[in-house]
Design a protein around this ligand. Structure first.
Ligand code: SF4
Length: 395
């Protein structure tokens, strides 16, 4: 197996209290303690097998997400984390996603006692009507209770998630941002609501009619950007804001195209092999079939050099730091600006991208034009002569 100096680890907990009306992540509802414990055991079996196979020198970050990890009973979580920690050693950033309705003091104590140093809490909004409209399992009381609990019992790092582009009054997001920044969490994620095909929201015309028009969405977004900047949060990725030093190291792994291992139903991994192939691994999205073979329920494909290059652009240009010229050159033997010269020239001239000897990166306005930039780049990567074999250097 490739000499992995650093690996990030994602664990998917595929359970939720109920399905939110906009969500298309994989999760099951109504699971009892027995099924959750069985899944945790299977996750450990799968992790053990992958770690024995990959033998990374170091696990740099861990993210336990879902689904709703806070649905796990504290005693079960304690057993799970102790076992996991005995394999992975000291991790610089260890995050767990939590939901307000299931967060308890015992759960927080288990996290603190097992090296978890960051919580990411899904809030989405503090508006009672919108929480109902979104089908969130938490109402305002659960949110108040969770925020109070975090203030009293959580000493680690904290991020909250909010949603933009929701129906309603223009000042709704401003109120939510003010509330979400109480206690000055180091990090905030602000995602635009997207209507995913097949979700209950996508199938309801009355709901769709309530969505704000394009101008309202843009006005709200620009207000949110100004507000976050005034409050001292840097937009370091399209949807992510942090005070200095509080950026999500785990998510930066994805955006910097570093190796990561995903374990659990629906999880994805990107891992280099001994022969320099870069493998994309996708675990089955169905819990019962995943449980029947937790170490073998996945499909694998080898990324071509062109696919890998396009992913470098797609991931790197999401961030304010952009694509590292040195790393891109080490992987593909050329600068990003040499790889797609016409697209880079065009978007640099329009003030959307900056290209220098350090990186190819978006300007602050350019971050919001990423879709157009990427479609231009994608069209040009098809014509680029990529090397047959790429090396995927470790940090
Ligand atoms: S709690 Fe999160 S993962 Fe679960 S259905 Fe809602 S948005 Fe999706």
């Amino acid at each position: 197996m490739a000499n992995l100096t650093d690996l990030s680890l994602y664990i998917h907990i595929p359970f939720c209290v109920k399905r939110c009306r906009y969500c298309d992540f994989y999760s099951e509802t109504g699971a009892g303690v027995e099924l959750i414990d069985k899944t945790l055991n299977a996750l450990l079996i799968s992790l053990d097998a992958s770690m024995s196979h990959l033998k990374p020198d170091n696990i740099s970050t861990v993210f336990i997400g879902g689904g709703t990890p806070s649905i796990i009973a504290p005693a079960s979580l304690n057993r799970f984390l102790k076992k996991m920690n005995s394999w992975i050693g000291n991790v610089s950033e260890f995050s767990v996603e939590v939901n307000p309705e299931s967060l308890t003091r015992d759960f927080l104590e288990v996290l603190s006692g097992n090296n978890v140093n960051r919580i990411s809490m899904g809030v989405q909004t503090y508006d009672a009507d919108l929480l109902t409209w979104l089908g969130r399992p938490a109402g305002v009381e659960a949110l108040d209770r969770a925020d109070n609990m975090l203030e009293e019992y959580w000493q680690g790092r904290l991020s909250r998630d909010l949603l933009a582009s929701l129906p309603g009054k223009p000042d709704r997001l401003l109120k939510d941002l003010n509330r979400a920044l109480i206690g000055e969490p180091g990090h905030l994620s602000l995602y635009e609501l997207t209507i995913e095909p097949g979700t209950p929201l996508a199938g309801n015309m009355e709901d769709l009619k309530r969505l704000p028009d394009e101008k309202s969405v843009l006005d709200e977004w620009s207000m949110a950007l100004s507000f976050m900047a005034e409050r001292g949060y840097t937009r370091y990725e399209i949807s992510n804001f942090a005070r200095k030093g509080n950026e999500s190291q785990h998510n930066l792994t994805y955006w910097r195209m570093r190796p990561y291992l995903g374990i659990g139903p629906g999880a994805v991994s990107t891992i280099p092999q001994d022969d320099n192939r870069i493998i994309r691994r996708q675990e089955k999205r169905d819990l019962l079939s995943w449980l029947s073979d937790p170490t073998g329920s996945f499909s694998e494909s080898t990324l071509t050099s062109g696919e890998l290059a396009l992913e470098h652009f797609m991931m790197g240009l999401r961030t304010s730091e952009g694509l590292s010229v040195n790393r891109f050159r080490a992987v593909f033997g050329m600068n990003p600006a040499e790889a797609v010269p016409d697209a880079v020239d065009r978007w640099v001239s329009s003030g959307t991208l900056i290209s220098d000897s350090v990186s190819l990166r978006p300007t602050s306005d350019g971050m919001d034009l990423l879709d157009s930039v990427l479609s231009d780049i994608a069209a040009e990567t098809d014509k680029t002569q990529w090397p047959e074999v790429c090396l995927w250097p470790q940090p």
